[in-house]
Design a protein around this ligand. Structure first.
Ligand SMILES: [Zn+2]
Length: 689
């Protein structure tokens, strides 16, 4: 007894120090290799000086970047006078990747090596984060601890996607975010420039696109959709919106280039083109504006239009990849259109999926002829993938896996990379797109699926965080949704899994958030994070565990959860109905009978339901609980209505419960759906106590 006590006493200081000691340096994204040595390098004078091997434009860009940084370094024109030497090393085989770098800080000075200016730029981002943690005021930081860092990215595509169509975000907003993206070593900005709610890029040949569709009478996207999705003139006193001139675009592209970020434009086709058809109704199957959002693929004018648009877009964007959207087209219009049907016959296309692929292939051929590659959402796989297309996998990982297995490149951006989901308890957060994706969930995502072999894995170019703006009407809300989850995207793209640690990362993320706040960013605060639904964290024990459940009405194949075991497995749902803990019932009632094997004392029967009006998930209209000894003749013991308004937009969870004293072998739980076709009932467990 005494011995054990002594042992714990000895152990205690060790445990405490391991838990409280902060990692140093505390970096996002975390490098591949970091070793801290004893000692500190002190500047030769009161400021640290630097010299770089870079020449010409590269040198000017690098110097300008350092000059705008908080950390005041002074350029000198001789290597021997410099504290920091940024060296180009094209010999070291470890620096072949142009984004790799090496930092060595010892008593002789600070040596930074990379094979390109991009590598030196990323090394500087790392040094800056080190300096911020070394000195209370980074401006005057003139000493750095001895360190050895070697760093190289895991993946080449580390992206941030911003939807500027559903709500418009100006150049100043974009630049503010781009500066941060570079800090976290993100290197792709996917600019979602066109979509149903507005065309946002000036096309000189078709001024009507922005004249007619860049403004609308409602600020909120949800109000715009509720009021018929109509556009207005810029001069209208109600007008909300905007667009980027070609000069604006060049300004952003150049701004990003200096931050080693490639801007990838997205021009949506053939779906998500409500705005195109509002301005140019002749390109739709019906020829009428405000009828649908799909371009007519049977009409040759569609191709003339798209080529003319691309002819203006391509010179603005040096990006090798051009994103053509391709998602969520309602293909049924093409089935009813004479021209589309004619095209299908002429081209021997067996269905409308192949019709869409016909368009994608033609556009790809055009892009390839201009030296560019086509990139599209994973729907472009359906109907046959065009020869060199790259796929952005958004409907889960499946699209990326299929593409990689077929030898196509893919960028992973499934649900956990959707930064428009609520990041904390959705009952308390601003309205999101429908799910709950915490920082940890994003962080735990590995963009390289385990099912891929080594060769197939090479086709996974990287990862991207997507910001869709349905529910993001202001820059403040956008920043709240972006930070901190974009840090997790950055680290998932850059850092090898063996170097990842959520504890270390979480600490670093809070430090970065604090820094961003001092710069005026309006971010989420991890200090006040509530976390996932409490019930989901611990299993529940009850009398129906593992018992046989008979479904009097089937669950939907779309939301099976753990199948027949779901309701009696002790696992309750998270905030997210897509995560496999909630079972879904579409249109009809939820009605099950549980066999407890023998007549049993029961005191409580309870099940929880979810309401998410925006996802068509509603509470039951009424719940009826009955019991039986033989499974045939049931006695009703409880009937309970629901007074929650189906229109209530809040995320709600409610238990419907009977309590009392009964004996029975069979328990029937029947929740009556509210009767809306296509509506859902979701429940996670029927608890019998
Ligand atoms: Zn058509």
């Amino acid at each position: 007894m005494k011995k054990t006590f002594l042992f714990f006493l000895l152990l205690l200081p060790l445990i405490v120090s391991a838990q409280t000691e902060k990692a140093f340096p505390d970096l996002i994204p975390y490098p591949q290799y970091v070793v801290k040595d004893a000692g500190i390098y002190q500047a030769k004078s009161d400021v640290l000086t630097y010299y770089s091997d870079l020449k010409g434009q590269q040198a000017r860009d690098f110097d300008a970047h350092l000059a705008t940084s908080d950390w005041k370094l002074r350029a000198v024109n001789k290597k021997s006078k410099a504290d920091i030497f940024f060296q180009i090393d094209t010999v070291d085989p470890q620096l072949v990747n142009e984004e790799s770098y090496r930092i060595e800080i010892n008593k002789r000075g600070i040596m930074v090596s990379a094979s390109t200016d991009a590598g030196l730029f990323y090394a500087y981002q790392t040094l800056l984060q080190v300096a911020e943690q070394t000195s209370t005021d980074v401006k005057t930081c003139n000493s750095l601890p001895f360190l050895k860092i070697f760093d190289t990215p895991r993946l080449g595509w580390r992206g941030w996607h911003m939807d500027v169509s559903r709500h418009f975000f100006d150049k100043a907003f974009l630049k503010r975010q781009l500066r941060n993206m570079a800090r976290y070593k993100l290197n792709k900005f996917h600019w979602h420039l066109t979509d149903d709610p507005g065309w946002r890029i000036e096309i000189k040949r078709y001024p009507e696109l922005t004249q007619k569709t860049a403004y609308r009478p409602q600020h909120l996207f949800t109000e715009w959709t509720a009021q018929g999705m109509k556009f207005c003139n810029a001069a209208d006193p109600q007008a909300y919106g905007g667009y980027y001139t070609q000069d604006d675009v060049c300004e952003i592209v150049e701004f990003a280039r200096k931050l080693h970020i490639t801007v990838v434009p997205e021009i949506e086709m053939p779906g998500h083109s409500w705005e195109v058809l509002a301005a140019k109704p002749e390109l739709g199957c019906t020829g009428k504006p405000y009828a649908n959002g799909e371009m007519c693929i049977g009409n040759e004018e569609t191709f003339v239009f798209l080529k003319n648009v691309l002819d203006e877009v391509l010179p603005l964007f040096p990006s090798a990849y051009i994103h053509i959207g391709g998602d969520e087209a309602n293909r049924s219009h093409w089935e009813k259109c004479e021209k589309c049907q004619k095209r299908m016959q002429a081209e021997n296309l067996k269905d409308v999926k192949e019709l869409q692929s016909y368009l994608t292939r033609r556009i790809e051929k055009y892009l390839e002829s201009k030296g560019r590659h086509l990139l599209g959402w994973d729907e472009i796989i359906e109907g046959g993938l065009s020869p060199n297309a790259t796929v952005m996998s958004w409907r889960g990982e499946e699209g990326g896996i299929v593409s990689a297995q077929a030898g196509h490149d893919a960028v992973m951006t499934p649900w956990v990379c959707y930064l428009d989901n609520a990041q904390d308890d959705p009952r308390l957060e601003p309205r999101g797109v429908g799910g709950y994706v915490s920082l940890k969930k994003t962080y735990d995502y590995d963009p390289v699926p385990k099912v891929l072999n080594e060769k197939e894995s090479k086709h996974i170019l990287g990862i991207q965080g997507n910001v869709w703006a349905e529910h993001i009407p202001t820059p403040a809300r956008a920043e709240y949704m972006i930070y901190p989850r974009i840090f997790a995207i950055a680290e998932n793209g850059w850092t090898v899994p063996s170097q990842k640690s959520y504890t270390r990362f979480h600490h670093a993320a809070q430090r970065e958030l604090d820094r961003l706040k001092t710069l005026g960013f309006r971010t989420f605060d991890l200090r006040y994070e509530h976390g996932d639904r409490k019930e989901s964290l611990t299993p529940v024990r009850h009398k129906a565990l593992g018992k046989k459940v008979t479904y009097n009405m089937p669950y939907s194949p779309k939301y099976v959860a753990s199948g027949d075991a779901t309701l009696v497995d002790g696992k309750r749902g998270t905030f997210n109905y897509q995560e496999g803990f909630w079972q879904g019932f579409e249109t009809h009632d939820f009605d099950v009978t549980i066999d407890l094997d023998e007549v049993t004392d029961i005191h409580k029967v309870s099940a929880c339901f979810m309401q998410r009006n925006d996802q068509w998930i509603w509470m039951p209209r009424e719940v009826v609980i009955s019991i039986s000894d033989d499974g045939k003749n049931f006695t009703e013991i409880h009937r309970e209505g629901c007074d929650i308004d189906p229109e209530n937009p809040a995320v709600l969870f409610q238990y419907f419960t009977w309590e009392g004293n009964k004996r029975a072998r069979f328990v029937r739980y029947h929740a009556i759906a509210n009767g809306r076709v296509g509506g859902w009932l979701f429940t996670d467990e029927v608890i019998v106590e």
